[in-house]
Write a protein that binds this ligand. Structure first.
Ligand code: SF4
Ligand code: SF4
Length: 293
């Protein structure tokens, strides 16, 4: 527990809500009576680039920036970014890390054969290196609750017991920052994250996530079925999946399936290799890739 203040680094990739998660932590700190400073660094955030936020709270804070080895906790919404942020974590500090992986197109060396340069979900190795690892499949937990978009609230629930903020500060901040219609789902996700036991409960999750990971990491192309949730798709305003699909089988449909808004559609279902790049990079969870034709 950081009784005299603390430094938190939040990190992930574009579209994962790192900035919003950081705002929730900052507001919870303010509600708890702390002085807070926060800064954000955006990379190529609309194309899956890194996004990080430095946040420091204390009796009096002059700068938000955290030096290497000085973060009291790191919260990573994406696996690889969590590994890359490790130099910031102080010795013995907790790493809250999501088992979600966003494989950048550049890491896919062989789109049909399956070679990738993305690091494996090796939770055992991470535990022996860092010690205090609080890893969970936040997306799976949030999906079970019925709201995959609430995955960051699961991670904030994991972080909450580490910080000296009362429950009402967390709850007030969460409720004021998430869309009104999703308050109940986010509160549930937060409570689910808070209730997790580490590492016992999450080692099994890591094994499952590693087994279910994308076709590239598994070294195989495979038959796949695409499920598109049109209501969540930003269509032409986004087009990320259209641009990253190695098979060029996604396109924007201006007719929007009769919805009056453009959306993405599949041109050739049978040409999909199941690589899951579209699913991993869609910022709105509008595409799901299922195994089997
Ligand atoms: S499915 Fe996702 S990535 Fe593709 S255009 Fe829609 S919002 Fe963008
Ligand atoms: S899973 Fe998505 S990105 Fe990969 S081939 Fe199929 S449609 Fe394209």
């Amino acid at each position: 527990m950081m009784q005299d203040g603390g430094s938190i680094l939040l990190i992930g990739v574009g579209g994962q809500g790192v900035v919003l998660a950081s705002a929730i932590v900052a507001d919870a700190a303010l509600r708890a009576g702390w002085d807070v400073k926060q800064s954000e660094v955006h990379g190529m955030s609309q194309r899956g680039g890194v996004v990080s936020s430095h946040l420091r709270f204390g009796r009096r804070v002059h700068s938000p920036l955290i030096e290497a080895g000085q973060a009291d906790a790191v919260v990573a919404v994406e696996w690889n970014e969590g590994l890359r942020a490790l130099p910031y974590l102080r010795r013995g500090g907790p790493l809250v890390i999501n088992l979600q992986r966003t494989v950048p197109p550049g890491a896919c060396r062989d789109r049909l054969g399956g070679a990738t340069t993305y690091p494996a979900l090796a939770l055992d190795a991470l535990l022996s290196e860092v010690g205090d690892v609080r890893a969970c499949d936040a997306m799976e937990i949030a999906s079970r609750i019925g709201s995959p978009k609430a995955q960051n609230s699961v991670l904030l629930g994991v972080l909450a017991p580490l910080l000296p903020f009362p429950d009402e500060a967390w709850r007030g901040s969460l409720d004021d920052h998430v869309p009104r219609a999703t308050v109940a789902a986010n509160e549930k996700a937060f409570a689910a994250g808070r209730a997790l036991g580490f590492p016992a409960e999450t080692l099994a999750q890591a094994a499952r996530a590693a087994a279910a990971t994308n076709g590239y990491a598994q070294g195989r192309g495979r038959a796949a079925r695409l499920e598109i949730t049109e209501a969540w798709c930003k269509g032409r305003a986004c087009e990320i999946c259209v641009r990253v699909c190695p098979e060029r089988i996604l396109a924007i449909d201006s007719a929007g399936g009769g919805r009056g808004a453009d959306t993405v559609r599949v041109l050739r279902d049978d040409a999909c290799t199941g690589c899951r790049l579209c699913e991993l990079l869609c910022p709105d969870f509008a595409i799901a890739v299922h195994e089997g034709a």
